[in-house]
Write a protein that binds this ligand. Structure first.
Ligand SMILES: Cc1ncc(COP(=O)(O)O)c(C=O)c1O
Length: 418
């Protein structure tokens, strides 16, 4: 018997390490874990509590009221026709992404860099990853259509079977979003080559320009969208993910429901009722999302600005709560054999937890790190924003987010020393 890779996903592993170190009394600047810091919205908590006694199994794909709330929410954001989609809900979109990979045989094309779990999920399913290079400019992330086609053709020549492409924007790890042109060209590539597009839009509502971009409008017949409550409502632990599958893909939704029925059975009942409330567009919930985006924008833009000011190149984030610095130019005297060695050094010497670029498919030699800008008291940040507004909140970051600012001071020391 062979036991498959016995380690935790890097983000969760980083978080567990921080908990251990903090329990030993060490001061740690935690930039390793992408967990939105805001409290659960009271309206949703009330509905969750009210449904605590609903204890029977619910329909595998989710309750009809939740399906309606989800498609109508997406329709309000993007203009899609709610009638054109099947919906599935699961305990987190991570499971839907896994089920999608499982349901569609063949290999997966992944932009480099990509979120930590896509490639390990492929590997758990004995599928191959076809990497696709990307570039980041001031406009955002570009997936060059020629590079996409080249990656596809070369994979086929090597005997691989690329059948799906997974994109994510605003992106984890980069914090930047895809340009509209890149989205159009990506859809054209998929159509031309009969590749299914999986669009992970979990950070879609956290775009700093407040535009929700979706692959659905570019590729209505062939783009599957996943999302959930974890990021824009800071509800990762409630485990509620959604998937929208074009009606044309009836076989796929049947297969997803089959996988769901043999694995997670259904999403926790009280959570489904709370999710209906979350997707209904109540003004107070929408205001909470808007305030959360404002704070993410202030904190993560500040991180990028300070890094750039100390000579560490970092793209300006356009959404989510990540920054993606390239440490290359700031390392003058040390040599690091890999981004993992660099991340280890930063933890040992400067108490900063980061994730190495290699966890996101970058070459090990790259000096990229993913920083998550979430280590502050979200409740206090919301209260301050309501009291003093965004400009004054930005001024008060050193007291509001001492760990974030402390991490940047530690980076400054690193940049001076190294
Ligand atoms: C890019 C991306 N996709 C999907 C997920 C999974 O989210 P969940 O399973 O909580 O819906 C995450 C969580 O960190 C993420 O960063």
């Amino acid at each position: 018997m062979t036991i498959i890779t016995p380690h935790l996903s890097p983000t969760l592993a980083a978080n567990e390490k921080v908990l251990q170190l903090r329990a030993q009394g060490r001061q740690i600047f935690h930039m390793g874990f992408g967990q939105a810091p805001f409290p659960a919205h009271p309206r949703l908590v009330e509905v969750l509590q009210r449904h605590a006694t609903v204890k029977d199994y619910l329909p595998v794909a989710g309750i009809p009221a939740l399906h309606d709330a989800v498609v109508n929410h997406q329709a309000r954001l993007t203009g899609i026709n709610p009638e054109d989609y099947h919906v599935i809900v699961a305990p987190g979109s991570k499971l839907i992404l896994f089920a999608l990979q499982m349901a569609m045989s063949g290999d997966i094309m992944l932009p480099v860099p990509s979120w930590v779990s896509y490639a390990p999920q492929a590997s758990l399913l004995s599928q191959n990853v076809v990497p696709v290079p990307t570039s980041i400019s001031a406009d955002g992330l570009t997936l060059d259509p020629d590079k996409l086609q080249h990656a596809y053709d070369s994979a086929k020549q090597q005997g691989l079977k690329p059948t799906k492409l997974l994109i994510n924007f605003p992106g984890n790890p980069t914090g930047v979003t895809i340009t509209d042109d890149a989205l159009t060209q990506t859809a054209e590539f998929c159509r031309r080559n009969s590749v299914t597009l999986i669009s992970d839009e979990i950070y879609g509502r956290l775009s700093f320009d407040r535009q929700y971009r979706t692959a659905s409008t570019h590729f209505p017949e062939g783009a599957i969208v996943t999302s959930g409550l974890s990021k824009h409502l800071s509800l990762g632990g409630w485990r509620l993910g959604i998937g929208l599958v074009p009606k044309a893909m009836t076989e796929l939704i049947t297969s997803l429901n089959h996988i769901a029925s043999e694995t997670w059975s259904c999403v926790s009942a009280p959570v489904q009722y709370a999710a209906v409330e979350a997707y209904q567009g109540h003004a107070d919930v929408e205001e909470f999302v808007e305030q959360s985006v404002t704070i993410h924008e202030i904190v993560n833009t500040y991180i990028a600005q300070r890094l750039n000011a100390m000579g560490i190149a970092c793209p300006t984030p356009q959404g989510a709560f990540y920054t993606w610095p390239d440490m290359q130019n700031s390392i003058k005297t040390h040599t690091f054999s890999s981004s993992t060695a660099l991340a280890d050094y930063l933890l040992e010497r400067h108490a900063i937890v980061t994730l190495p670029g290699s966890a996101f498919g970058e070459t090990d030699a790259s000096c990229r790190l993913r920083l998550s800008g979430c280590d502050y008291d979200g409740q206090a940040a919301l209260e301050l924003l309501r009291q003093v507004g965004r400009n004054e909140l930005a001024q008060q970051l050193p007291t509001l987010a001492p760990n974030v600012c402390g991490a940047l001071d530690a980076f400054e020391q690193f940049a001076r020393e190294s």
